[in-house]
Design a protein around this ligand. Sequence first.
Ligand code: PHE
Length: 500
Amino acid sequence: MSDALKLTILKTLATDGTIENTAVAFKDTSSETVLGALKSLESHEMVSYQILTTEVWTIEPEGQDQIESGSYEARIFQAVPAGEQGIAISELKAKFGAAANLGQGKGFKNGWIKKNGDNIVRVVDTIVDQTKVDLEIVQATGTHESKETIKDLKRRNLIKQNKFFSYAVAKGTCFSTELKKQEADLTVEMLKGDAWKSAEFKQFNFESLGINPRGGHLHPLLKVREEYRQIFFEMGFTEMPTNNYAESAFWNFDALFVPQQHSARELQDTFFLSDPLVSGELPDIWETVKNVHEKGGYGSIGYRASWSENEARKLVLRTHTTAVSSQMLYALAKEPYRPAKYFSIDKVYRNESVDDTHLAEFHQLEGVIVDKNMSLGRLIAFLDVFFKRLGISNIRFKPTYNPYTEPSMEIFGWHSGLDKWVELGNSGMFRPEMLRPLGLEEDVQVAGFGLSLERPTMIKCGIRNIRELVGHKVDLDTIEDNPACRLDKRTFIEVRQAAE
Ligand code: PHE
């Protein structure tokens, strides 16, 4: 901000007492520049000011054209020769295009011309081009004394209204013609001498929002993940190690009693690794797993189809984090019995066609509860509490099928923002055919559930296309700006709209 303008304002006030209108006093300086100087002076209470608004009419391009070449009606009149014959309407059209109609209409109204068959003839000998005269008045003065004229010119898109701001300025309580530099800090140097006595200090601005720190920002997915992780910890869960993206089909499918002929294993759903193609040795329980698949046991008749070790050794990008849960249960079964609660939130991969809500990789949130008295009722009760903590207070279940759970339930949640039931995840009681070969005793029951992290995050962020959340189309500003907020609270979009 230039001090010169501020000084001029102060000097003018010193001699004149007030400035009635800055648009008159400083007509060569823009209104914004004047306002900047006034705001700065006002913050030191050197001046006070009021806003004056002036409404000014300016000429539109079509109006400018009519000032230069005459109004359409005048142009038409000039084109009509004097005498009985006049000119053919078609000829006027050819000459003036769209302006012909407008000019003729106004010419009839003014009583300058009239129709004679297919021709236009003059009614008067001379005219005064009032439209042009009126436009010139508006151009010179910014307005016109006749409201009717203004209305008419505006209707014809020849003029438009503009607002200009200027200011009336008076002396403030700390008025002076000198600009004193304000100190931002009390320094050691000032304290050593007397400078601090006469120094003027800048006021603190408690309204200031401050500058956002430059630096890394958590991706919305990671924010939500962190929030959910904390909920799991609060509820007594232990985090599972999910650092292996590639698992053997054995842990991803076979140990979970997923038949080797199951369609989910096929190429269209699962990414198989080509190098290395297979895992190392299978764990010691492989023969028990083979048996339960082929022949059954624990009250089951099995799949009655042959089970191949080679199939089980194939390496896959894990299609669900249940591939980790199965190994955790296997490890747990090796120890003396204890109840356990495990969770994980990490990436899984499915060979799906990509669309607005699907990518070939996503995050899964998974929970497993091991207990002697675990039941479907307890799982439902648990999920009720769990989802309430996530901010979803109304959930319901639908029976479904999973090879590794029976009964199995899809979980739906009522989303009041979207005003509909949204599918949240999948759950169930793990089957004995899965648990017993892992080494868990007959009286130990295990419940599990899984959901995607992307879905609640998209709902929270108000994102409809998953590609705006993950991948190269992500808007980095959104990553920086989005606040962390709960599903039950407002969505990011609502927060943003409320802030505007
Ligand atoms: N693995 C299931 C899925 O991918 C989720 C699930 C986990 C279901 C545990 C039941 C028990 O959808």
